[in-house]
Design a protein around this ligand. Structure first.
Ligand SMILES: *[C@@H]1O[C@H](CO)[C@@H](O)[C@H](O)[C@H]1NC(C)=O
Ligand SMILES: *[C@@H]1O[C@H](CO)[C@@H](O)[C@H](O)[C@H]1NC(C)=O
Ligand SMILES: *[C@@H]1O[C@H](CO)[C@@H](O)[C@H](O)[C@H]1NC(C)=O
Length: 338
C-alpha cells in the first residue's frame, strides 16, 4: 500500500508554496510593526490626540519647567530684565528662568505634538537639551477613561513662569508653571505646578473627568473671602470693596495660577480681576475650576474663548468661583453700573 512512489501534484505544490510565502510575509510585517512601535510610544496619529496622554505629558513638562525655575532661583544672577511697565504701572519683568522654562515646556510639546497650536508667554528659539518624555508613571495617576480629539481643535496655552515679579522678590509661594489645553476654545485640561512648596506639587483638572487628588474643595458659606492681584491692582480693590462691603475679606496675592488654586481649594470664595489679563495666565485655572463644577467668566458673565486665533488678552475682567457665581456677578454688576 505504501510501496508506491509519492506523486507530486503540481497544484498541491503551488498551494504549499503560496501559503508559505503568505505566512512569511505576514510574519515579517508583524515584526516590522512591533519594531516601529517599540521605538516610540504609539502616538496613535498626530491628528487623533489622546487627552489622557496629553495630560500626562503636560504634567511632566510643567514639572520640567518648574525644575528650571527652581534651579535658576539658586543662581546669584537670575538674568532679570525689564519688559517695561504694565498698564497699571507695575514692573513687568522677565528672567532667565522664564526663558529656560519656556524651552522645556514649549519645545517638549512641539517635539511630541508637531501639529498642535501652542501659544507661550515667552519666545526664545535658542533652546537646547529638550527632554524626552517618559510618562509611564504619571499615566497611572490620571483618569483611565480616555477621550480623543482632532489636533486641529486643540490650542495649548503655556505660562512658563507665572508671577515673575514675585519670583524676583523671592515671594516664591506665588510662583507657578502652567499649561492649559483648550478644545474648540473651551478649557479642558489645566495643569498648575508649584515648584516651591515643601515638595514641588502639581495640580490638575480635566473637565468632565476630575482633578488631581491634592485638590480638595472645602466650601465656605460666608461668601466674603475674595482674592485679587497684588501687582496689577488698578481699581480692583475699590470695586471689590464697594461691591462686597466692609465685612468682605479682600486679600492681595501674586500669580493668577496661585489665586485660581486658592479658589479651587475653597480658601477663597472668589477671584476677582477688573483689568486686562492674558489667557496663558488664566486658562489652566479656568480648566481646574470648571473641572470642580465651578466657573470662570468675564465680569459680564461671558465664557472666555481660548482658541489660538483669538487675541491673547482678555479685557472684560474676571470672576472665578466654585459656587454661587451668580451672587458674586450680581454684586459686581451693581458697582459697574455706578
Ligand atoms: C482615535 O484613536 C482611538 C484609539 O486608537 C480610536 O478608538 C478612535 O476611533 C480614533 N478616532 C478617530 C476619529 O480616528
Ligand atoms: C480707590 O479708593 C481710594 C479711597 O477711597 C481713592 O483714594 C483712590 O483714588 C481709588 N483708586 C482708584 C484706582 O479708583
Ligand atoms: C450667567 O450665565 C449662566 C450660563 O450661561 C446663566 O445660567 C446665569 O444665569 C448667568 N448669570 C447672570 C447673573 O446673568
Amino acid at each position: 500500500m505504501f510501496g508506491g512512489t509519492v506523486r507530486l501534484n503540481p497544484l498541491g505544490v503551488f498551494i504549499i508554496v503560496a501559503l508559505s510565502i503568505l505566512f512569511f510575509v505576514s510574519l515579517n510585517t508583524n515584526l516590522l510593526r512591533s519594531y516601529d512601535s517599540s521605538k516610540k510610544e504609539p502616538t496613535v496619529s498626530q491628528n487623533n490626540i489622546s487627552l489622557r496622554k496629553l495630560l500626562s505629558d503636560c504634567i511632566l513638562l510643567a514639572e520640567g519647567g518648574g525644575r528650571k525655575v527652581a534651579e535658576i532661583r539658586k543662581d546669584t544672577d537670575i538674568g532679570e530684565t525689564s519688559k517695561g511697565k504694565t498698564k497699571e504701572g507695575a514692573k513687568n519683568v522677565v528672567t532667565k528662568a522664564d526663558y529656560n522654562s519656556h524651552c522645556v515646556m514649549y519645545y517638549g510639546l512641539k517635539e511630541e505634538y508637531p501639529t498642535i497650536k501652542v501659544i507661550s508667554e515667552e519666545k526664545n528659539k535658542d533652546c537646547t537639551g529638550i527632554p524626552s518624555l517618559d510618562n509611564s508613571k504619571i499615566l497611572e495617576t490620571v483618569p483611565s477613561s480616555d477621550e480623543y480629539v482632532p489636533a486641529t481643535d486643540i490650542s495649548v496655552w503655556i505660562d512658563p513662569l507665572d508671577a515673575t515679579l514675585e519670583y524676583t522678590e523671592n515671594l516664591l509661594q506665588y510662583v507657578t508653571t502652567m499649561i492649559c489645553v483648550a478644545v474648540k476654545g473651551k478649557p479642558i485640561l489645566g495643569i498648575i505646578h508649584k515648584p516651591f512648596e515643601q515638595e514641588p506639587n502639581t495640580y490638575w483638572g480635566w473637565v468632565g473627568k476630575g482633578t488631581s487628588s491634592n485638590i480638595k474643595y472645602v466650601p465656605d458659606n460666608n461668601l466674603n473671602k475674595i482674592i485679587i492681584s497684588r501687582s496689577h491692582t488698578g481699581n480692583t480693590k475699590n470695586i471689590t470693596r464697594l461691591a462686597f462691603g466692609n465685612d468682605a475679606e479682600i486679600v492681595e496675592a501674586g500669580g493668577a495660577g496661585y489665586k485660581s488654586l486658592q479658589v479651587a481649594t475653597g480658601n477663597f470664595d472668589a477671584y476677582v480681576h477688573t483689568t486686562a489679563i492674558n489667557k496663558w495666565d488664566i486658562c489652566a485655572g479656568n480648566a481646574v475650576i470648571k473641572a470642580l463644577g465651578g466657573q470662570m467668566t468675564t465680569l459680564s458673565n461671558e465664557s472666555i474663548d481660548y482658541s489660538w486665533a483669538t487675541q491673547a488678552e482678555n479685557t472684560a475682567g474676571l470672576l472665578a468661583t466654585v459656587k454661587n457665581h451668580n451672587i458674586f456677578l450680581e454684586k459686581l454688576s451693581h458697582v459697574k453700573k455706578q
